[in-house]
Design a protein around this ligand. Structure first.
Ligand code: AMP
Length: 431
């Protein structure tokens, strides 16, 4: 098995990796790190939870470790584009953690916070900029940032950036970068438009795929329950009140829906908070910190707000409403079953959402437990698993021999005895 010390990383970086508690590189790290160290472009298919962030951050830091010069004013050497502020914050945190023994500087350029601070941060120049595309272009337009010293660019979660309508901005940024540069593109799925983007902007990339496209995390026990919309609140409360629910993320389709669900849960005596696009960056950071610190048991989130959240040990994900885009289902349930833990994902489906469920099942290639029979229950009839006690675990008497199935543990990696990584996640924040 490959070890970190075999990959050719500089000693201060290896020390930081070891302080994070990582013993062996994950499959994506074992493939992407050597390729990027050689200066190759990379096209990677990988979801969150695979260790993809370190896979690109470590080589970026390594390249900087060999540079002794300070960046010129308004310039940066590496640029990472990410779809959301949360993911950007997480990447910046990773840069700080893995670069703790180096002099690498990092700054975030993201929407939703004051631009003036970001302009000031760029005045001296930084090593690594982590940015969301729209705000980055705002700074460029104001001549607050120069792209001419960029030697590496990473597009993280490219498919999600596309879902958010960022493709034109990404093309615009890439066109303005120096031709001689390294480009890495990472995406959970590889739709046609992302492939086209890679064809145009990547130069003879090394292709790396670590998880089958669109295959939900294997460690997550999934199920669906047919619940008419008006009854969803009560079913949700009953699921979340079970003692095996340590911490849960509940997904709603809309921001208002998230607020309503949150209010209901609080009324039922559960500690809950919502994150969505109408909350300020400060509020979101506070909520996420409280959730990580286990002061909140339930986080209610919309898809966009939840992207990129990296919190280990989320025991349950509940899809209160089905997502409009089937890929979002895969991303949602990937919030649990992380870092070697088992997870449970329950989907509450109203009759009106049957088509969305079919789209999801088509994408993941199988029916969800709870929907094996297939026939559509009549509107308002409810259906399987209605009401009553519910742990949210899928249960199939044929397969399980009449007993409830335990979630499977430790079937694959990332593994993790990683005390410092844990500590780092408690303190997310912008620079
Ligand atoms: P990512 O896919 O980048 O979101 O990372 C998923 C999780 O895996 C994070 O909690 C990382 O701290 C953790 N991780 C990354 N690399 C390793 C590794 N080599 N060994 C153990 N855990 C890791």
């Amino acid at each position: 098995m490959t070890k970190f010390s075999d990959l050719g990383l500089a000693e201060p970086i290896l020390r930081a990796v070891s302080a994070e508690g990582y013993d062996t590189p994950t499959p994506i790290q074992a493939q992407v790190i050597p390729a990027m160290l050689e200066g190759r472009d990379v096209l990677g298919t990988a979801q969150t939870g695979t260790g993809k962030t370190a896979a690109f951050v470590l080589p970026l830091l390594n390249a900087l470790a060999h540079e002794n010069r300070k960046p010129e004013p308004k310039t940066c050497r590496a640029l990472v584009l990410a779809p959301t502020r949360e993911l950007a914050a997480q990447i910046a945190d990773s840069v700080r953690a893995y670069g703790a023994n180096t002099r690498a500087s990092v700054t975030m350029i993201i929407g939703g916070v004051k631009i003036s601070k970001q302009i000031r941060a760029m005045q001296r120049g930084v090593d690594i900029v982590v940015a969301t595309p729209g705000r980055l272009l705002d700074l460029k337009q104001q001549d607050a940032i120069r792209f001419d010293r960029i030697t590496s660019v990473v597009l993280d979660e490219a498919d999600h950036m596309m879902d958010m309508g960022f493709l034109p901005q990404i093309r615009n940024v890439l066109k303005q970068l120096p031709e001689k540069r390294q480009t890495a593109l990472l995406s959970a799925t590889m739709p046609k438009d992302i492939r086209a983007l890679a064809d145009k902007f990547l130069n003879d990339p090394v292709n790396v795929a670590v998880a089958q496209v669109s295959k939900p995390a294997e460690r997550v026990t999934q199920s669906v329950q047919f619940v008419p919309h008006p009854q969803k609140r009560d079913v949700l409360t009953s699921i979340l009140s079970e003692p095996d629910v340590d911490s849960a993320i509940v997904f709603t389709r809309t921001k208002r829906g998230a607020d309503r669900v949150c209010k209901h849960l609080e009324g039922a005596g559960l500690t809950a908070a919502a994150i969505h696009g109408n909350k300020s960056q400060n509020q979101r950071t506070k909520t996420l910190d409280a959730f990580r610190a286990r002061k909140l048991r339930v986080l209610v989130a919309t898809d966009i707000a939840a992207r990129g959240i990296d919190i280990d040990k989320v025991s349950h994900v509940v899809n209160y409403e089905l997502p409009n885009v089937p890929e979002s289902y895969v991303h949602r349930i990937g919030r649990t079953g992380r870092a070697g833990e088992a997870g449970v994902a329950v989907t509450l489906c109203d009759v009106d959402e049957r088509k969305l469920l079919r789209d999801i099942e088509k994408l993941i290639g199988h029916r969800l437990p709870g929907n094996e029979a297939g026939p559509e229950p009549a509107r308002g009839e409810g259906g399987h698993n209605k009401g009553g006690k519910n742990t949210g675990r899928s249960f199939n008497p044929d397969k399980d021999g009449g007993r409830r199935r335990k979630p499977r543990r430790n079937r694959s990696r990332p593994a993790g005895n990683k005390p410092q990584a844990q500590a780092r996640k408690q303190s997310s924040g912008a620079s």
